[in-house]
Design a protein around this ligand. Structure first.
Ligand SMILES: [Fe+2]
Length: 198
């Protein structure tokens, strides 16, 4: 379950390079719970212009664009055309923080009632929705981590979200409410460090 930040305030814009430079100064403890990195994101807004080298668009699917990766974390920009949504997924036990420097996104949370990965079966139910914007970063609740992300068609605008994951992970479990199924999928990048992947 993603939680909205409780306090909102207007923070100065900084470039993605400066945002990354600050991230690299955080300690391991800032990533082991959700509060440290959430505070970091709540006190900064990334200048959308500075994200341009990392933005790649695809009319069929959202794109995953790697900005920075260390042993502790990875930082991605995800580009969403209007109407796009992710699968319902978890984060393989890793922490996740998100903000939307461009546009807005809805995070639909789910409660996982049961899961049998070997049998590819699950029982999940939708719970609450939180809205993610530049001023309102959210953290995924490690106790209820299953969610999807939506750029609603009626908003009629593109969105770009920044996703900070700790530690990096390259697969996750996806779920279907209607079919009661689940399964593991691999995760790749559309681009890395501003260059399209083959
Ligand atoms: Fe996610």
């Amino acid at each position: 379950m993603a939680r909205a930040a409780s306090a909102q305030k207007i923070c100065p814009l900084l470039s993605i390079d400066d945002f990354v430079a600050g991230l690299r100064k955080l300690r391991e403890a800032d990533f082991s719970g959700i509060e440290g990195a959430l505070q970091y994101m709540r006190r900064r807004r990334v200048d959308p212009e500075s994200l341009q080298p990392y933005l790649f668009w695809n009319a069929q699917h959202y794109t995953r664009n790697l900005i920075d990766k260390t042993e502790l974390y990875e930082l991605l920009a995800i580009c969403w055309e209007a109407g796009m949504k992710s699968s319902i997924h978890n984060h393989k036990g890793q922490n996740c923080w998100m903000a939307a420097p461009i546009g807005r996104l809805a995070v639909q949370n789910y409660r996982l009632i049961s899961e049998d990965l070997a049998a590819h079966s699950c029982n999940i139910v939708p719970t609450d929705v939180v809205h993610m914007t530049a001023e309102n970063p959210v953290a995924v609740d490690p106790l209820n981590p299953v969610h999807d992300v939506r750029n609603r068609r009626e908003w009629k605008q593109r969105a770009v979200s920044l996703h900070l994951y700790s530690r990096p992970f390259d697969s996750c479990i996806v779920y279907s409410v209607e079919q009661g199924t689940c399964g593991e999928i691999g995760l790749g990048y559309t681009s890395m460090y501003g260059k399209l992947c083959a």
